[in-house]
Design a protein. Structure first.
Length: 115
């Protein structure tokens, strides 16, 4: 059974930092792309960042220069370092893992940026 366990969300003041983690277990196919998406209230789920197995990254324009995605292939874990957080970054953040045959989502972790 595939499980994606996310952690690291919470409440932070504007300008602060958080680090999200997503650890996958039970995956039997080769993991290709790992990524983070977010969904704010009343809005669609949007891409935040992705990273391929080779380490190629892609970021939404709104987070470029502030967020950094990384992964540990040995641990099947993807991270999102979020710096200089803004109130508009408030959302539920979901990790996504794409294998050669399957697509998996985490349960989501709330990030709230407020003073």
């Amino acid at each position: 059974q595939v499980q994606l366990v996310e952690s690291g969300g919470g409440l932070v003041q504007p300008g602060g930092s958080l680090r999200l983690s997503c650890a996958a277990s039970g995956i039997i196919f080769s993991i290709n792309t790992m990524g983070w998406y977010r969904q704010a209230p009343g809005k669609e789920r949007d891409l935040v960042a992705t990273i391929t197995r080779d380490g190629n990254t892609n970021y939404a324009n709104s987070v470029k220069g502030r967020f950094t995605i990384s992964r540990d292939n040995d641990k099947n874990t993807v991270y999102l370092q979020m710096n200089s957080l803004k109130p508009e970054d408030t959302a539920v953040y979901y990790c996504n893992i794409v294998t050669s045959l399957t697509n998996h989502w985490g349960q989501g972790t709330q990030v709230t940026v407020a003073s």
